[in-house]
Design a protein around this ligand. Sequence first.
Ligand SMILES: Cc1cc2nc3c(=O)[nH]c(=O)nc-3n(C[C@H](O)[C@H](O)[C@H](O)COP(=O)(O)OP(=O)(O)OC[C@H]3O[C@@H](n4cnc5c(N)ncnc54)[C@H](O)[C@@H]3O)c2cc1C
Length: 400
Amino acid sequence: MAERLEADALVVGGGIVGASAALALRRRGLSVVVLERDLCGSRSSGVNYGGVRRQGRAFGQLPLAQRAHRIWQDLPALLGTDGEYVRSGHLKLARTADDMAKLERYRDGAQPYGLALELLGPDELRRRYPWLGAGLAGASLCPDDGQANPRLVSPAFARAAAAAGAVIREREAVLQVEHGSAGFVATTASGLTVRAPNLLNCAGAWAGPLAARFGDAVPLTQGHPAMAVTEPLPFFLPLSLGMEGGDVYCRQVARGNVVLGGGRVEPGALGVDAIRSTTGAILAQMRRIATLIPRLEHAQIIRTWSGIEGYLPDRQPVICASPRTPGLFHGFGFSGAGFEVGPAAGAVLAELVADGATATPIAAFDLRRFAQGAAVAAPSAAGSLADSPADSPRIAKGVH
Ligand SMILES: Cc1cc2nc3c(=O)[nH]c(=O)nc-3n(C[C@H](O)[C@H](O)[C@H](O)COP(=O)(O)OP(=O)(O)OC[C@H]3O[C@@H](n4cnc5c(N)ncnc54)[C@H](O)[C@@H]3O)c2cc1C
């Protein structure tokens, strides 16, 4: 007989957002089932660059980012591991005077949010960081931003949720969700059904079809950053490095490897599930990084990869209750920010479920911002996933 589970809340997706929501819900005393198609934290949440920065985030996202910043500090108590999280500082470099003016404007705008950014002119920059290449116009330093190991942190959120009593089921792809007077009933590929009055859509880059099945269509697209890591090198890079304009970024882990990002790759014939960095993307990345940090010119790349980010046109996430379906909550589309803000997004989602409200400002993340003017794909006919990644499972909304 097919297995059936019941809970106060069903979370679809065991990335950092879904897992942290599950943990926060358990801490509120609600029963939770998490259904994860692969392994918890194996997608974006586990393969990202590992930047835990607030600098550069849109001002509207800074209250959420600041809440996350406080959670990151408590990681050992929350998860039983620090996930190699260090407040190393994040240095954003400017190539031109125009870029420097942008950093100055950002510093002024971010001041009310408590970011404490320090602008460095070219001489001070060279004095502090002599390993930088020539010709930079300056930089902005956020001393309390940091970095962490996503392969440790994101699965640890799921393990902590399980330890707190959440039922976590991996290798369970949700194929169908029905909604009626008894709440939501989700059915997975293995035949497992889960019934719950609350459903959290934390399916990352695959969240669009599930939202659309309940009339909450949003213009969610996918992107694939090119990532690489070098052989271990003598330690020289004490902070995480980015560029105004964002074309390249890097950090060095304590073991000496330099993690590099920048540029995008397109899925090949095998689709997004087999996405990898391409030689062209990595060579372009290496050329840019060698100009910035000449000592990396001959560094050996030992591994390359990519992942699947979910983007909305304004690069801000969707975090809200469904305007149409009671008990449905969305938390997806975090673009390049979800590792840092993910723990706070999970906490906010748990508050929306348990209290119906949150003190963290999230009005900017309401999906109704796409209701007019944006190219929102209309909910397609049942079973059709025209607006989804090629490898998405089918999610069909049932009838009452
Ligand atoms: C290469 C790369 C670099 C990045 N760098 C950074 C960075 O430095 N800093 C930063 O803050 N952010 C970064 N990001 C972004 C960040 O990783 C994401 O925003 C964040 O991980 C999103 O978390 P999530 O839980 O929403 O999504 P995911 O981690 O994608 O989790 C969603 C989960 O839902 C599951 N799922 C989907 N559909 C179903 C279904 N039907 N049934 C069951 N399960 C389902 C998926 O298998 C997946 O595990 C980067 C992303 C990538 C790819």
